[in-house]
Design a protein around this ligand. Structure first.
Ligand SMILES: CNCC(=O)c1nnc(C(C)(C)C)o1
Length: 314
């Protein structure tokens, strides 16, 4: 089984003002003259982590990571204004120009796979390959599965902590109920809802529950950005024209090489998402990891992702 490449630090970091309101944090790791790859974090709102630097051979890749609008070290923190899928797609192009990259590999998991698909379908000529994990396309049934009823049947213990943040009379529409609290003027209300929302996802991301990962979702700074931005995108249906836009427009990436890695027991984003994408984008290789859940850091998912990036390293 392949494992992550060793921990590394950036050779370059910076900030990029992308409009009158938003400034993005970015970093570059590995080989400045290597094959460019841009890393798209999950959530949305999850922000990049140091471990995201380790899926690529640093001798062969120029590894570019950035915190999307309102996430991580980008500012304003947890901000929802002018924060849409299409603003992020434009930001990726702005960053590409700022860093003088012609074409690049696009790597993303969960929401990162959503954004990778939206970007590649908008700018196919800029993408050398797609490496995607835990496919998430924000279709209505996907959102209802995870935030209203479905995953709740597999994790009833964690679900109670999530749903207990909302009074019973409002539980018929939990995404809307959380939206009212995540956008409240009262900070304590926002934080309580953010923690309940964020911990629900942390508790369900691994096949073998990772308590440290769950605890990290309690952090106020992380939880506020993660929950507020995710919920904002979900109440707006991902800002797509139609709910299955990423499948409708899959023909735009028909000629782009790709690898899809998805855990058989992914509770956050069911395997059916990857199967639907695979049928719409037959050029991509689909790797179903037989004993894994959602997280990129489960051993089988790491193995498949590192093998994929090695295969494209040239
Ligand atoms: C429904 N959200 C899926 C997603 O993008 C996601 N899940 N976990 C994450 C983090 C790894 C950023 C916590 O992102």
């Amino acid at each position: 089984m392949r494992t992550l490449y060793p921990a590394i630090t950036p050779y370059d970091t910076g900030t990029l003002k992308v409009d009158e309101r938003h400034t993005l944090y970015y970093e570059q790791c590995g080989n400045p003259d290597g094959k460019p790859v841009v890393m798209l974090h999950g959530g949305p709102g999850g922000g990049c982590t140091a471990k995201m630097r380790q899926f690529h051979n640093p001798a062969k890749y120029r590894i570019i990571l950035f915190d999307q609008r309102g996430a991580g070290r980008s500012t304003p923190h947890a901000d929802l204004v002018d924060n849409t899928t299409w603003d992020l797609v434009a930001d990726i192009e702005t960053l590409r120009g700022h860093l003088a990259v012609d074409r690049w590999q696009v790597f993303g998991g969960s929401w990162g796979s959503t954004l990778a698909l939206a970007y590649a379908q908008a700018h196919p000529q800029r993408v050398t390959e797609l490496v995607l994990r835990g496919i998430f396309m924000l279709r209505r049934w996907e959102l209802e599965w995870f935030y209203q009823e479905g995953a709740s049947r597999l994790f009833p213990d964690a679900w109670d902590h999530y749903v207990n943040a909302i009074p019973a009379v409002e539980r018929h529409d939990l995404i809307s109920a959380f939206h009212r609290r995540l956008t409240s003027d009262d900070e304590a209300t926002r934080l309580a809802a953010a923690r309940a929302w964020s911990v629900w996802e942390g508790a369900t991301s691994f096949l073998h529950v990772d308590d440290d990962f769950i605890n990290s979702h309690e952090d106020p700074q992380f939880a506020l950005a993660f929950a507020r931005i995710e919920n904002h995108y979900f109440v707006n249906g991902g800002f797509f024209e139609v709910e299955d836009q990423l499948l409708r427009d899959a023909h735009r990436i028909a000629d782009i090489p790709g690898v899809i890695v998805h855990g058989r027991y992914d509770v956050v984003c069911p395997l059916a998402n990857a199967w639907d994408l695979h049928k719409a984008w037959p050029k991509a290789q689909l790797h179903i990891t037989p004993a894994s859940g959602h997280s990129a850091f489960e051993a089988e998912n790491v193995d498949a992702l590192v093998r994929a990036t090695d295969s494209f390293a040239g």
